[in-house]
Design a binder for this molecule. Structure first.
Ligand code: G3P
Ligand code: CA
Length: 303
């Protein structure tokens, strides 16, 4: 008899999960998340379809209205900020070595696209072979100050004055002067020190604290309050979080943009849990999911 309780609980949970999965998104939406301007963050550009962190990838990502171009930053030997995820050029170019040991001239000679053609033949394109590693400055020159940028300071401890250089470029290209309501530029980092430094240098730039969990995520009120002192939001890895985590973050007043979601059902779940944006390699897919969600939310709001 004693064992009946847990068994019944287990059966109830399974039945509820099956029931939830069978209800289409349209019928699960309620109006509690209304007025949220969800962010579509094109992770390393539309990196599911073009070589990450190249102008081609950003162009594809930017085709999705209102989306943010996500840029990871590394710094060359001669102090130029370039778009690259890894500290070395090995994975995403035909070169080898650490970015910090290579000059901009040298990095510019590398082919930043052929690896993608080899790895993803279904999306291969001859034009990708010509692609270069872009500097942050070239990205700003290409997309201008109407575009939205979601920029990450990577390995800031290894790069002296990375934050100052970033802020200087944002200033030169007038990217933060009109940031008031629209948040054209968001800066993210796993390093709270880097974000706190930026916050001190310019408290008007919205910042997002990246979080990487192994296993199930949890966050205390104290941690949320500490982050809220300098950031407007958090960005945890999606597989580790659940609805309770999202609700707790939202309740604290922080935005939450999980990374990296490329699956339609996971995008739907994230929206239903209350996230305020999503990092994705497939921004067009998320836009479609979001459009459906917003339509249903409007209907729910009118009922
Ligand atoms: O910046 C969000 C997400 O991109 C963090 O992971 O490793 O892809 O930069 P990573
Ligand atoms: Ca990133």
């Amino acid at each position: 008899m004693k064992r009946l309780g847990p068994v019944l609980l287990f059966i109830t949970i399974v039945v509820l999960m099956i029931y939830k999965l069978q209800i289409p998104l349209s019928q699960q939406v309620n109006s509690s998340n209304s007025n949220t301007n969800h962010l579509i963050v094109a992770h390393r550009g539309a990196s599911g379809y073009a070589p990450e962190h190249t102008i081609a990838s950003y162009e594809l990502g930017e085709k999705v209205n209102g989306s943010y171009i996500e840029i990871d930053l590394q710094m060359t030997k001669d102090g130029h900020l370039v778009a690259m995820h890894d500290e070395t050029v090995d994975r995403t170019t035909n070169g080898t070595g650490f970015v910090k040991d290579i000059t901009l001239d040298e990095i510019k000679k590398l082919d930043a696209g052929s690896w993608f053609n080899d790895m993803y033949p279904e999306y291969a394109n001859e034009a990708f072979k010509e692609l270069e590693v872009p500097t942050l400055e070239e990205i700003f020159q290409t997309f201008g100050n109407d575009a939205n940028y979601y920029i990450e300071t990577k390995s800031p401890i290894k790069y002296r004055n990375m934050e100052e250089k970033l802020l200087e470029l944002l200033d030169i290209y007038q990217l933060t002067s009109h940031n008031d309501d629209t948040n054209h530029v968001i800066i993210q980092s796993f390093s709270s020190e880097s974000l706190e430094k930026i916050h001190e240098l310019n408290p008007n730039i919205p910042l997002v604290q990246l979080l990487a969990y192994t296993g199930k995520a949890s966050i205390s009120d104290k941690q949320l309050a500490a982050i809220k002192k300098y950031a407007i939001g958090i960005a945890p890895n999606f597989p580790s979080i659940n609805q309770a985590y999202v609700e707790k973050a939202r309740k604290s007043g922080l935005d939450i943009h999980p990374y990296t979601i490329n699956d339609k059902e996971e995008m739907e779940n994230a929206l239903l849990w209350g996230v305020t944006g999503v990092f994705t390699n497939d921004p067009e897919l998320f836009q479609n999911v979001l459009n459906t969600y917003n339509r249903m939310e409007n209907v729910a709001g009118k009922e």
